[in-house]
Design a protein around this ligand. Structure first.
Ligand SMILES: CC(C)(COP(=O)(O)OP(=O)(O)OC[C@H]1O[C@@H](n2cnc3c(N)ncnc32)[C@H](O)[C@@H]1OP(=O)(O)O)[C@@H](O)C(=O)NCCC(=O)NCCS
Length: 195
């Protein structure tokens, strides 16, 4: 089985994600939008917003160590002290699709950030709609509410739902022995999470 990792962006990952972003935008809107005058997809404003650090968490996805996608989680104002976030951008390279990578990464992010979520998908995105519907059905605690949102000539389907922190697993004596053996090797991989 492929090794899928999800890791907060380090400075050396930034140029990689910049390139993946071009493929992402092309994939999403390439049939409708052209490039900017300098040949890149996405306006300068879009890229400035994407790379804002104050309220955003950027992640790179790797499959067997190779760049395979990215995710961007945006902090929203908390509601009744419950943290609230948006899954703002999410991408898996074509070659890795339909093998569960997207689902593993999404579930890892929902576990990492329990609380309220907002997630919008352009109505014409017929791949992402069934993908998110399936993932949200699995992770949402209670009801997931959907509504349509219009912005200019774009219509999106917006999901609102809540996820819970993973429950602590009961640890057996065997697990405890294994964990103490693993501790040293794990410290090097502390920042990385297996999706
Ligand atoms: C949407 C996306 C992240 C899915 O990633 P993925 O790794 O292929 O997803 P998974 O393999 O985990 O798919 C899980 C399920 O989602 C649904 N799904 C995924 N791709 C689908 C497709 N092309 N058509 C129909 N259903 C699809 C299926 O139910 C699938 O389960 P199955 O393969 O057992 O039938 C990926 O296609 C992508 O990056 N698309 C372009 C960018 C994009 O649209 N991002 C989302 C913006 S909101």
């Amino acid at each position: 089985m492929a090794r899928v990792t999800l890791r907060p962006l380090r400075p050396r990952d930034v140029p990689i994600v910049r390139r993946l972003v071009q493929l992402y935008i092309y994939d999403l809107v390439g049939q409708r939008w052209g490039v900017e005058a300098d040949g890149t997809y996405g306006s300068a404003r879009w890229h400035r917003r994407f790379w804002r650090r104050d309220d955003r968490h950027h992640f790179i996805v790797r499959v067997n160590g190779r760049p395979a996608g990215f995710a961007l989680v945006r902090e929203l104002p908390a509601v009744d002290t419950v943290p609230s976030r948006e899954m703002a951008e999410f991408f898996v390279l074509r070659t890795y699709r339909r093998s569960g990578v997207g689902t593993r990464v999404a579930r890892a992010l929902f576990r990492r950030f329990p609380g309220r979520w907002e997630l919008s998908v352009l109505t014409w995105n017929v791949i992402a709609r069934p993908f998110w519907r399936r993932v949200i059905r699995r992770v949402a605690v209670g009801l997931a509410v959907t509504r349509a949102r219009r912005q200019g000539d774009l219509t999106s389907l917006v999901w609102h739902f809540r996820t819970a922190a993973p429950r602590a697993r009961r640890v057996s004596a065997g697990d405890r022995r294994k964990r103490s053996g693993d501790r040293r090797s794990r410290s090097a991989a502390a920042a990385r999470s297996s999706a």
